[in-house]
Design a binder for this molecule. Structure first.
Ligand SMILES: Nc1ncnc2c1ncn2[C@@H]1O[C@H](COP(=O)(O)OP(=O)(O)O[C@H]2O[C@H](CO)[C@@H](O)[C@H](O)[C@H]2O)[C@@H](O)[C@H]1O
Length: 488
């Protein structure tokens, strides 16, 4: 099967969070099963160029329609961990992809609407007829609209679209100008059953466009699929997801075991697995050395996250103080895009910097993330909502026990040591329901108590997590079944 993946992110060259891991892992697994997979990304100036092999120009004259003119683009090709990757380099006065970062500018909807058009134009002009285009999040929500409204009529009538929702908290709200920009009929498309935002009749909702016009829509866990259809987590899209229920489902993400496996991870001082678990202690020592923590007999609790409201920053803050009070050590690696949140955590960092038991690292650091998963005993994930969540799955691979709020994909993957109805060998962490300090303490307190009083039982929880299969094997097959279903 010929599959084109379109995304604003792919690890490790353009990663802001979990979407980058998803694209990287799924593309590799699909290709390893003999499918022809091509990925298209913007050529950001912030790409990790050192991770792209043999980058070279393959098209010098792609002209992408833009209002009543066209913008000149070059297309470059290179391989990222074996993934065939095309990069769109836009020569516009807006510097669409030259912002030193992936997201975070006021004209993001224009930048990614342009990218969506450029991908379609590239496929059309190079005569490619993929069986499937797999789009991701609001940034590429306009692609199925463009396929249906323009490119199917130009001969791309066999191509089908699978559209994945990674975070319904960001829907690409914008104005009708993005439709004019792309030569689309704004009057017709602004109808309530098409791209008009459910909450703001003057606004275009790009994610809604993707849902309406795709052949199949997925989100990244079964529980989140239910939540966004039936609770306020749908953030206004509940009705449209219910109308399109016949082509909607949840597929739990996988993680890439070549990247995330303590048996193979070159970031660790010594590699280990469930059979050699005592070796994990060497990573704990290395993590303490790296972060300036004392080498003491204490459990080490960690957080690795984007410091976004979604991730439960209030409970993360409380978790730091609570864990320290309970005699733990704490390491946080967090990147905040909001200056207020960054300042808040900077204040906590200043306050705790002298402590031999606490280290906060504000920013994004892939290498340190690996050492934290390996060195920590527990990872705290108190999300407000969580479409899937990769950190709990990665942590479990490394024998680090998750303490998570029971929402979205966390509810589908973390099973409470005491209260789960699953058999003991499937229990792998601690969960809580209420988004309150007491809720968090009820789970974290039990985990700390177990570490201190029943080490053998705690070790068994680690092993249970390590033995679970979160590879891309099952999810990739699920996506192939979906692709086959919409092709016939
Ligand atoms: N400061 C930092 N330094 C280094 N590495 C960091 C980091 N902060 C985060 N990471 C890494 O980024 C990834 C984050 O994964 P999440 O599942 O939490 O993703 P995110 O919320 O961004 O993505 C969205 O998409 C994914 C994929 O579908 C869903 O799992 C998720 O629920 C949804 O919110 C992990 O690989 C983690 O190690």
């Amino acid at each position: 099967m010929f599959i084109v993946m379109a995304s604003p992110e792919c690890a490790p060259v353009a990663k802001a969070g979990g979407l980058g891991d998803f694209v990287h892992g799924l593309c590799r697994e699909l290709a390893s099963r003999g499918n022809a997979v091509e990925l298209v990304l913007p050529k950001y100036d912030s790409l990790r160029f050192d991770r792209i092999e043999d980058l070279h120009k393959v098209h010098g004259d792609l002209w992408v329609p833009f209002y009543d003119r066209a913008i000149h683009c070059d297309v470059e090709y290179g391989e990222v961990d074996g993934i065939k990757c095309f990069f769109i380099d836009a020569h516009s006065e807006h510097g669409f992809f030259n912002r030193g970062k992936i997201y975070g500018d006021a004209d993001d909807p224009d930048r990614f609407a342009f990218f969506s058009r450029a991908v379609m134009e590239l496929l059309y002009k190079s005569g490619k007829h993929p069986d499937i285009i797999h789009c991701n999040d609001w940034h590429t929500g306009l692609m199925p609209v463009l396929l249906y409204e323009i490119y199917a009529g130009l001969g791309m009538d066999r191509t089908r679209v699978c559209y994945s929702l990674h975070n319904v908290g960001h829907q690409g709200w914008t104005g009708p100008h993005v439709l004019h920009m792309n030569g689309l009929d704004a009057d017709r498309l602004m109808a309530p059953e098409r791209l008009r935002d459910p909450g703001n009749p003057g606004a275009v909702n790009l994610m809604k466009g993707g849902i309406v016009f795709s052949n199949f829509v997925t989100t990244v866990s079964p529980r989140y699929a239910w939540e966004i259809q039936h609770t306020e987590q749908g953030m206004g899209l509940q009705d449209v997801l219910q109308v399109h229920d016949h082509k909607f489902g949840g597929v739990l993400n996988g993680i890439d075991y070549d990247t995330w496996s303590p048996q193979r991870d070159t970031h660790l001082p010594v590699r280990y697995g469930p059979e050699t678990l005592p070796e994990k202690a060497k990573s704990k020592t290395a993590l303490r050395a790296r972060t300036g923590l004392a080498d003491d007999f204490k459990p080490l609790v960690a957080v690795v996250t984007r410091l976004d409201r979604q991730k439960g920053v209030e409970l993360i803050r409380h978790g730091i103080y609570y864990a320290l009070e309970q005699g733990c050590q704490f390491v946080l690696l967090g990147s905040a895009s909001s200056p207020e949140v960054n300042a808040d955590f900077q204040r906590i960092k200043d306050e705790t910097d002298a402590s031999p038991d606490c280290h906060l690292e504000l920013g994004y650091d892939e290498d340190l993330a690996h050492l934290i998963y390996a060195g920590a005993d527990m990872i705290l994930i108190p999300s407000v909502y969580e479409p899937c969540g990769l950190t709990q799955m990665i942590a479990m691979q490394y024998g680090c026990v998750p303490i998570a709020r029971r929402v979205g994909g966390l509810a589908d993957t973390v099973f409470d040591a005491n209260y789960s109805d699953r058999p003991f060998e499937e229990r792998n962490g601690y969960v809580f329901d209420d988004f309150t300090y007491a809720g968090l303490e009820s789970a974290l307190g039990r985990a700390i108590g177990l570490w201190k009083r029943y080490p053998e039982y705690f070790r068994q929880l680690r092993v249970n997590g390590m033995r679970q299969d979160h590879s891309w094997n099952g999810p990739a097959q699920h996506y192939l079944d979906i692709y086959n279903h919409i092709r016939t």
